[in-house]
Structures are given as structure tokens and as C-alpha cells.
Design a protein around this ligand. Structure first.
Ligand code: PAF
Length: 297
């Protein structure tokens, strides 16, 4: 694997592969690589001729009171993991390389409105503008054929899908299923902030989401009753919910009686650590639709 720290060096390395029409896959990350990231890289290695992983802790997607300064930065361990992974290029730019010497406020911003203001966007104003800006820059730098993102950040995935569609990026997006610890806790770099007792409590978040999904599938409760039950469960295990929402997995709007593709999205604090997770599932409502239109016998 070769490391590139500047945009021009990376572009120079990729141009030959692109002239040979080799498929280029991009795995954007903020480093501190874990099994979740490795699943993205593994999928890219299977699909693509050339795999580029980027490691960049993007200051633009952190709010002023967030954990930019303490976000885990483990370049040596990351490089060791990547050497074994089949990744061809690691792009590790500095903040100045990505944004120049301007203050972050003076940069051009790529914004996907509406979707970016919901859920995590409501709690972390400006966060998704930072994400869509850096992802657009990475797309323009690498020109990948395929880009890989984890579905743990499901709202991020939906927003990037909208970005690709709206700005006509000729890129296929692949979402990779969340990798979990044996307890069910979704792998995340922020898990490092928790002690073993907190990790144990945090694993219950996924149990609550699965419980809620089962109830929706069985049609046992109204959406809002179920959201309230879920919130109570999260609080009773010692976490502070930020949001918990049963929504339409395509639009992220609140689910209703017609919804077939569901996502249950959650964010909650354990101590000062903010975790997110989700479950997604489909309901076959064809029988209901037929009976509503009077076509069933
Ligand atoms: O999901 C992440 O790690 C980041 O939001 C991303 C997509 C690498 C952009 O900085």
C-alpha cells in the first residue's frame, strides 16, 4: 500500500489506473479503523481493481463544543491494519491540504437541505454540511467508480445518496451493514470513550431497537406509543436519549400506516459519549393495500 498526503500526488497516482479503465473504489474514513471500517474495505477489494482509503478527521463536521480535539487519532495502527487489507492507496491529507489556509467559515459548502436538518442534523447543526462538503471534495479528488459507507450512519448514507443524485456524481454508492460487538453494540470509534460498564449498558440500545422493530412487524402498538416505550426503555437502562424515531427508510419522514420500508433511528448519550444506531426492515403491506382498494375477496 502506498500513502499519499497531497491531492496532486494522489491524482497523479490514480490517473494511470483510470486511463487503463480500472475500477476505483473509495472508502472515506476518519481513521481509528475497526472491524466496521475493515468490512467496507473488504467489500471494496472484492469489487474494485484499485482501492483508495482516506483518513481525514474533518474539522468541518464537528461543532464548536464537540470532540474534534479528542477524536481518536491512531495513524500507525491504522496503517498496520491497512497494509494487510488489500487497500492500494491511503490518502491522509492535512486540514490545510483539504481546506487551504482559510478559516473553515470561508470555505465553499455543499449542502443537502431538509434531510440534513433532521435527527442528528437537528442536534448537531452544520454537521452534515461538513460531511457532504468533505465527501464531495473526496469524490472530486479521487473520481471513484464506487464509494463505500457504513449503514450505522444511516442518515449520513441517505444524505450522501441524495447528494450523488442531485449533483450527478457518476458514482455508485454501496452501503455496508453495521458490524457489531458480540454484545450487539455497533462498532464505533467513539466506543473507545466508554468503560466496560458503559459499553455493557450501551449494548442495550440495539436491544431496544430490535424490540421496537418486532412490535412494528406484529402491528402491536401505534408508532408514537412505541417511540415512547422505546424512550422509556433507553432511559431506564441509564442512557439519555437524544432522539428515537420510527421513520420511512427512503425519505426519513415519520412512518405512517402506508410505510413499507422502515428505519428506526436512535441517538443517545451514555455519560458524555453520544452513540447512534439503527435497524431497518420491510413490511409486506400488499394484502392491506388490496383490502383497502376493495380488491380482496
Ligand atoms: O462516516 C465518517 O467516518 C465520516 O462522516 C466521513 C464519511 C468519512 C466524512 O468525514
Amino acid at each position: 500500500m502506498e500513502i499519499r498526503k497531497t491531492i496532486s500526488d494522489l491524482r497523479q497516482s490514480l490517473v494511470w489506473h483510470q486511463q487503463q479503465r480500472r475500477t476505483v473504489g473509495l472508502v472515506p474514513t476518519m481513521g481509528n479503523l475497526h472491524r466496521g471500517h475493515m468490512a467496507l474495505i473488504k467489500a471494496a477489494v472484492v469489487d474494485c481493481d484499485i482501492v483508495v482509503t482516506s483518513i481525514f478527521i474533518n474539522p468541518l463536521q464537528f461543532g464548536p463544543d464537540e470532540d474534534l480535539a479528542s477524536y481518536p487519532h491512531t495513524p500507525d495502527a491504522d496503517i498496520d491494519l491497512l497494509q494487510e487489507s488489500g487497500c492500494h492507496y491511503l490518502f491522509m491529507p492535512s486540514a490545510t491540504e483539504m481546506y487551504g489556509k482559510k478559516t473553515t467559515d470561508a470555505n465553499s459548502i455543499v449542502k443537502v437541505p431538509c434531510l440534513s436538518e433532521l435527527y442528528c442534523g437537528a442536534s448537531r447543526p452544520g454537521h452534515f454540511n461538513g460531511v457532504t462538503t468533505v465527501v464531495s471534495k473526496l469524490f472530486n479528488i479521487v473520481h471513484p467508480d464506487i464509494a463505500y459507507f457504513g449503514l450505522k450512519d444511516y442518515q449520513q448514507f441517505v444524505i450522501i445518496r441524495q447528494l450523488v443524485e442531485d449533483l450527478c456524481f457518476p458514482i455508485k454508492l454501496v452501503g455496508i451493514e453495521t458490524v457489531r460487538e458480540a454484545s450487539g453494540l455497533a462498532m464505533s470509534s467513539r466506543n473507545n470513550y466508554m468503560d466496560s460498564q458503559q459499553r455493557c449498558i450501551a449494548a442495550s440500545l440495539y436491544r431496544t431497537l430490535r424490540f421496537m422493530a418486532d412490535q412494528v412487524k406484529q402491528g402491536l402498538y401505534s408508532i408514537s406509543d412505541l417511540e415512547n416505550q422505546g424512550l422509556e426503555q433507553i432511559m431506564s437502562i441509564g442512557m439519555k436519549p437524544d432522539y428515537l424515531s420510527i421513520c420511512n427508510a427512503r425519505t426519513l419522514e415519520p412512518a405512517n400506516d402506508e410505510t413499507k420500508d422502515f428505519a428506526i433511528l436512535a441517538a443517545a448519550f451514555i455519560g458524555s459519549t453520544r452513540l447512534i444506531d439503527n435497524v431497518r426492515f420491510q413490511l409486506d403491506r400488499s394484502g392491506e393495500m388490496l383490502s383497502k382498494s376493495g380488491k380482496s375477496s
